[in-house]
Each structure stands twice: as C-alpha cells, then as structure tokens.
Design a protein around this ligand. Structure first.
Ligand code: CAA
Length: 257
C-alpha cells in the first residue's frame, strides 16, 4: 500500500509528492515516512528533477507522527527503530525541497515542513508542536528548528502549551516565506519550484548547502564555507556560460556541469 502520490514534471524539472493518508490527516506512520524518505532519495539522484514540492491536502499537511502506532512502544522499540534518523537522511538531500502547507502541520508535520528549505502556506494553515499534550516533546527537530525560526520565547510558549499558531503568525515570525489563499498555495509552491528548477543546478545545490550551514556554524566558519562554495563554482561550465550570457545580453543555456 502506498501512502504517497508522486508526479514528475508537474512543471519543467519539478517533482510533486503528495502525502496521501487523508483518513488520518496524513499522520506520519513508519511506512509513510519510510516511503517518503526512499522516494526523496531516489528523486534526489535523478538529473531531470531540479526541485521537489511536498504537500498534503487542503485539510492537513500532516497532523504529526502516528500516535496510535507508537502509543504502546517502549524505549527499546524507539531506540531500535530509530525512526528519526530518516529525518537526517532528508536533511542531507541536495535538491531544494519546498513544503506547500494547508491545514494542520502539527508535531512531526510541522517538523517535516521545517525540514524543507522553503515553506509556502495557505491562509488556512495551522502550525504547532502539540506533543506536550500527549506526554512527550517534539522528537524530529521541533525544539531546535522552531526555536531557530521564531525565537526562544515564542518557541517555549508554543512547545510548552502545545497551542497552534496561524499561517499569518508563521509569516510574521519568519517561519514561512509567504501566505496565499487556499486555492493558490500549491500553484504558488510549484511556480516557485519551477523558477528554482530553471537556475543552474550546481549553483542551486551549493547555495542550499551554504544557507543551511548558517544554522550550524559560527559566522566565521559559515563565511568560510560560503566562500569555498563560491570559488568552487568557477570550476563549472555554467559559471562561464552565465557570465558570458550576461555580457552578450542573451539568456543563458545551463548544462548542469
Ligand atoms: N496520529 C494518529 N491518528 C491521527 C493523528 C495522529 N497524529 N492525528 C489525527 N489522527 C486521526 C484521528 O485519530 C482520527 O481518526 P479516527 O477517525 O479513526 O478517530 C482522524 O485522524 C481525524 O482526526 P480528528 O477526528 O481528531 O479530527 P479533528 O478535526 O477533530 O482534530 C486535530 C484535528 C486537532 C489535528 C486532532 O486530530 C489532533 O489533535 N491530532 C493529533 C495532533 C498531535 O498531537 N500531533 C503530534 C503527534 S506526536 C509527534 O508528532 C512526535 C514527533 O515529534 C515526531
């Protein structure tokens, strides 16, 4: 049984993954997360895929890890399964990932959206880390990524109460790039993905890497990393083509080399 609908070339160079477990508000059971990770790893290797959009449906992006599946687990089950190492695999993807979020993005759903590089939200989106209400805490990055995104005081408030926050709040606090009407959120995400997919792919990859380092390194180390990636791009044909095309006043033809 598949919990995903995968479409390639929804726009040139863009693949779309829909989480498809609507009866459970796309709760992220182990099979779904396994399938999602394998699909992402495989799309990441395909040259024709330049950007990936992950979405759910209008009611839910994903309402979190599957509570029913883990309710009776013990610590040894958790350690042996080590389900969250999947999140690390997704974090290492080279291609840009865009989350198109409508409805609930809660717990692991919020964490999955935050693992993406860009979040586009429908005005109906509701974010939250409600794990505290079921006796646990966020386990797939929520305490770290939400804090970095919206600041300590707000992250504490929402993680300690489990309250939800709106798309508008998420936008004001910098968690999402943009909030659009519900009819447009997927369209907007796909168009953005297509715009990125039309850029030189090695530069896109190295830019993504460098931005992500801003969360992990000191400013000095981050600047050093950025500079190294900048210099590296001078080994690509696309750098020569991009600069030549600028001087010749014509559109560039990217080779991805
Ligand atoms: N796990 C398993 N099933 C879930 C689920 C989840 N996280 N979220 C929703 N569902 C199921 C419900 O059990 C229900 O199934 P049944 O019809 O079989 O009862 C179905 O989806 C529809 O949900 P509701 O009837 O509850 O819908 P609602 O509109 O009344 O409420 C909601 C929506 C507020 C999102 C509510 O479903 C809810 O609170 N869900 C749980 C949210 C949550 O706590 N998420 C965190 C999970 S833990 C986690 O994610 C850990 C981590 O860090 C990875």
């Amino acid at each position: 049984m598949s919990f995903l609908i995968v479409e390639k070339e929804v726009r040139p160079g863009v693949a779309l993954i829909r989480l498809n477990r609507p009866e459970s508000l796309n709760a992220l059971n182990r099979a779904l997360v396994g399938e999602l990770t394998e699909t992402l790893l495989s799309l990441d290797k395909e040259d024709s895929v330049r950007a990936i959009v992950i979405t759910g449906n209008e009611r839910a992006f994903a309402a979190g890890a599957d509570i029913k599946e883990m309710a009776n687990d013990g610590v040894v089950d958790m350690l042996l399964l080590d389900q969250f190492q999947r999140w690390d695999q997704i974090k290492r993807l080279k291609k840009p990932l865009i989350a198109a979020v409508s409805g609930y993005a809660l717990g692991g759903g919020c964490e999955l959206a935050m693992l993406c590089d860009i979040i586009i939200a429908s005005e109906t989106a509701q974010f939250g880390q409600p794990e505290i209400k079921i006796g646990v805490i966020p386990g797939a990055g929520g305490t770290q990524r939400l804090t970095r995104a919206i600041g300590k005081s707000r992250a504490m408030e929402y993680i300690l109460t489990g309250r939800f926050f709106s798309a508008k709040q998420a936008e004001a606090w910098g968690l999402v790039s943009r909030v659009v009407p519900v009819e447009l959120y997927l369209e907007e995400a796909l168009n953005l993905a297509a715009e990125i997919a039309a850029m030189p792919p090695i530069a896109v990859q190295l830019a993504k890497q460098a931005v992500n380092k801003a969360y992990e390194l000191s400013l000095e180390e981050g600047l050093h990393f950025e500079r190294r990636n900048f210099y590296l791009l001078f080994a690509t044909e696309d750098q020569k083509e991009g600069m030549r095309a600028f001087m010749e006043k014509r559109p560039p033809q990217w080779k991805g080399k």
